[in-house]
Design a protein around this ligand. Structure first.
Ligand SMILES: Nc1ncnc2c1ncn2[C@@H]1O[C@H](COP(=O)(O)OP(=O)(O)O)[C@@H](O)[C@H]1O
Ligand SMILES: [Mg+2]
Length: 281
């Protein structure tokens, strides 16, 4: 017999509410954060007081006219900008709550955690298999793994980007001979053995045709949740299709940010409205 004291006295609604609260807390975790970030190339200021919060596990879009600083902002998160000699940065950048300029931050570890995909697919002109294990080699993890473990990682990575079925018999094929869509998916797959938390994508579909673009978008949606994705796109329809949150940048500043649908339906700033409506170059 069920007695009252082991029956949860709360109604289903109350219990569901509690579950929702937990989910919201998970969703609101911040993966990338900048505080008053400024960046100069020589005398030219490319980022001005950027305060951005990118939530964990979501696809966040970064939109704005050419030259407004989207790629520059993206490159801040894995500290690639500092490869250019004349760059000065002030302010704070945090990844998973950790300031990436702290003296104890190890750059190779940072670059493993924050993977990047570029406009033009750029696999190395070596085999599919070797492209996937390349990251393990440069991070000195290759030698600590058995052949079977490496084979498994290659299989898992290709499965995660839906390339396994089409490429499992072509692992020795030269990656640069694949179709562009496969090349771009491979560029995503090769990040995965390094267990990134964040994947930065800089106009990853602009070299692809409509079909390949849709396929890569579907892949991004599959990866969201497990990874935090920040994607620069020139394509407003794409931003709307795939991103849950969005930043609109203009002349080095974030003009507006928030939920994508909200921003497209009722932008707060007239400049966002102009851009979305195609009234900017
Ligand atoms: N390595 C660089 N050296 C000097 N100026 C640069 C460099 N990279 C970008 N810029 C300038 O910074 C501004 C922002 O560029 P970028 O981040 O590439 O914009 P977007 O990706 O939005 O097109 C532009 O005015 C661009 O000319
Ligand atoms: Mg760019």
């Amino acid at each position: 017999m069920i007695t009252n004291d082991i029956i949860d006295p709360r109604s289903d609604d109350e219990i569901l509410n509690e579950i929702d609260v937990n989910n919201i807390e998970t969703e609101n975790r911040i993966s990338l954060e900048t505080n008053n970030l400024n960046l100069w190339y020589g005398d030219f200021q490319a980022l001005i007081d950027v305060n951005a919060r990118v939530k964990s596990g979501l696809i966040t879009g970064l939109i704005g006219p050419s030259g407004c600083g989207k790629s520059t902002l993206l490159r801040c998160f894995n500290r690639v900008n500092e490869r250019y000699g004349n760059v000065t940065t002030t302010g704070q950048i945090k990844i998973m709550g950790k300031n990436i300029y702290d003296p104890d931050v190890c750059l190779p570890e940072l670059r493993k955690a924050v993977g990047m995909v570029f406009q033009k697919p750029n696999p190395l002109p070596i085999s599919v298999y070797e492209n996937i294990v390349f990251g393990l080699r440069i991070h000195n993890e290759y030698n600590s793994l058995s052949r079977t473990e490496i084979d498994n990682l290659v299989e898992l990575s290709l499965k995660e980007v839906f390339l396994w079925d089409s490429l499992k018999d072509k692992l020795k094929a030269k990656a640069t001979n694949l179709q562009l869509e496969q090349q771009q998916k491979l560029c995503i797959a090769r990040l995965l053995p390094l267990k990134p938390q964040i994947i930065l994508m800089d106009e990853p579909c602009s070299a692809l045709d409509a079909g390949a673009t849709r396929a890569v978008e579907e892949l991004m949606k599959e990866l969201a949740g497990r990874y935090t994705i920040l994607i620069v796109t020139h394509n407003m329809a794409q931003a709307r299709r795939i991103s849950e949150e969005c930043f609109f940048m203009l002349l080095g500043k974030i003009v507006e940010s928030g939920q994508t649908e909200q921003m497209f339906v009722s932008p707060e700033d007239p400049r966002t409205d102009d851009y979305i409506a195609g009234r900017y170059a």
